[in-house]
Ligand binder design. Structure first.
Ligand code: XMP
Length: 519
């Protein structure tokens, strides 16, 4: 399959570049910036994108690509640090700006841009997204300036002879006007990469890969109730004989309303024969009794999860089974390191390094069938495999579940109150067509009682906080700006139906400085 190689020099946007190229329909692979560009790395590559970086290209020890890059005959597009690096290497000058250029900035095309394929379809002046402290003071010989920023800084460059292009701005960021078109111009127009990447193609490839590894053996997957593990389960049921797939769901009692049932129903409908649900709710609630400190609660949940997991897996009596994990592409890449150096990172349930997973990994018996996919691709794959919309569209949920959304002590009663209230909140969002516009919405039960009136009496009820954020990846998040009418109606629906809740508040904090979750 044709691919675009992305060399990662540590930019916060590297993942976004990968996602955008995939959205265009071309397979994108991210490698550490200094990865050896041997025959294996270059197989199928039609072009290379150099990411940005928090570093300066003139610093000693600044990350550099394998020198083989410029002899490989492939078109190269440098973004931000990427073009600065090429400028410095080919004899131009890069300097620190007196003031960092950040945010939406207008960019204007120069006369040299006429007929330039990279900028085909771009307006004469458009709003780009900048984020740089260094800039090109003098382009390297052979480079022409195709666009400049308001401050006269080179914003787009080209060296036709060497087939090198560069942008000082970030076309991958959604705020950049026409950014995806520019990337498409490079990937398809200039590199000529075929749009061969689809979930159907992935299904075929991963099927062969997993069958080759598992052979006639068995696979075990721990289902968490989230999108990733459910899709991983559906995938295993599709690519392996159904009676070789063991699915284990540990019900901690800390899940959202009807969540466990929905996931079990889905997997059964997809043909799961060895599907077991272990009811561990009483154990979790007993262990959490009296615990109020957030870190202590997380520790209790994590430790108990490991214990229950070991016990329940042992009960299945399949010690040789391959352990499947719902690891995603983003889990394998830590900015600046890239796939390969961090490939051992484990996304274990509840974010704990469980001895079971470690032992399976040491024995080479872990399979990660989603490890090339981004979250939105997992959703698309889930749809292709017949996982319900309910599960596929579900917002992310933290491993420790309601344990970190009930502030203070976690009891069965408080779990039930929160589940009821949260189900109403989510239902209202769906009914109003808002659910899919929000990246993550949930309710938090506060450890407070506040006064209210019920008839003639003063009544002390619980306080519920609503959270709704928009985000690309959870690293940063903005508050969802509800219309006041929606918020008021949601609040009334909750207090009318859940008697224990006397007051509803809306969390208007972005991340940073707040986190998305409250604990
Ligand atoms: P924060 O609260 O750190 O959350 O801004 C960012 C994203 O991560 C999720 N989250 C967790 N996920 N285990 C998880 O699997 C956890 O302990 C955990 N804590 C937070 C959170 O829901 C949000 O999507």
């Amino acid at each position: 399959m044709d691919k675009i190689l992305i060399l990662d020099f540590g930019s916060q946007y590297t993942q976004l570049i990968g996602r955008r190229v995939r959205e265009i329909g071309v397979y994108a692979e991210i490698l550490p910036g200094d990865a050896a560009l041997d025959a294996r790395a270059l197989a199928g590559a039609k072009g290379v994108i150099l990411s940005g970086s928090p570093r300066s290209c003139y610093e000693s020890g600044a990350p550099r690509p394998d020198p083989a890059l410029f002899g490989a005959g492939l078109p190269v597009l440098g973004l931000c640090y990427g073009i600065q690096l090429m400028t410095a290497d080919f004899g131009g000058r890069v300097e620190r700006l007196s003031e960092r250029e950040y945010g939406r900035k207008a960019v204007s095309l120069t006369a040299a841009a006429a007929g330039e394929r990279l900028l085909a379809g771009a307006a004469a002046s458009f709003s780009s997204w900048m984020s740089h402290g260094d800039s090109i003071a003098a382009p390297a010989p052979g480079f022409e300036v195709l666009a400049v920023s308001e401050g006269g800084i080179p914003a787009a460059l080209r060296d036709t002879k060497r087939r090198l292009w560069g942008l000082q701005f970030h076309p991958e960021v959604s705020h950049c006007e026409g950014g995806t078109r520019i990337l498409e111009n490079f990937v398809v127009g200039i590199c000529g990469a075929a749009r061969e990447w689809s979930m159907e193609a992935y299904l075929e490839e991963v099927g062969e890969r997993v069958r080759a590894k598992v052979g006639s053996g068995e696979a075990l997957l721990l289902i968490s109730g989230g999108v990733d593990s459910t899709v991983a389960g559906a995938l295993l049921l599709k690519i392996l004989p159904k009676d070789k797939v063991h699915l284990l769901y540990i019900d901690t009692g800390l899940m959202r309303k009807a969540e466990s049932e929905e996931v079990m129903r889905n997997l059964r409908a997809l043909g799961a024969t060895h599907l077991r649900k272990a009811d561990a709710e009483p154990e979790f609630l007993a262990a959490l009794a009296g615990a109020e400190d957030p870190e202590e609660k997380r520790r209790i949940i994590g430790d108990l999860f490991i214990k229950v997991q070991e016990r329940e897996v042992a009960r299945l009596g399949i010690p040789e089974a391959f352990l499947a994990q719902g690891t995603l592409y983003t889990d394998l890449i830590e900015s600046g390191k890239g796939v390969g150096t961090k490939a051992q990172v484990i996304k274990s349930h509840h974010n704990v390094r469980s001895p079971l997973v470690e032992a399976k990994r040491a024995a080479g018996r872990v399979i990660e069938p989603l490890d090339r996919l981004y979250k939105d691709e997992v959703r698309a794959l889930g749809r292709l495999l017949g996982v319900s919309e309910e599960v596929v569209r579900r917002h992310p949920f933290p491993g420790p579940g309601l344990g970190v959304r009930i502030l203070g002590e976690v009891t069965k009663e408080r779990c039930d109150i929160l589940r009821e209230a949260d189900a109403i909140y989510i239902e209202e969002l769906k009914r109003r067509g808002l659910y899919d516009r929000i990246w993550q919405a949930f309710s938090v039960l506060l450890p407070l009682r506040s006064v209210g009136v019920a008839g003639d009496e003063r009544k002390y009820g619980s306080v519920l906080a609503l959270r709704a954020v928009v985000s690309e990846d959870g690293m940063t998040a903005d508050v969802y700006p509800f219309e006041a009418d929606d918020l008021l109606a949601i609040s009334s629906a909750i207090t009318n139906k859940v008697g224990e809740i006397g007051r509803v508040v809306y969390d208007v904090s972005s991340k940073p400085p707040a986190t998305i979750e409250w604990e």
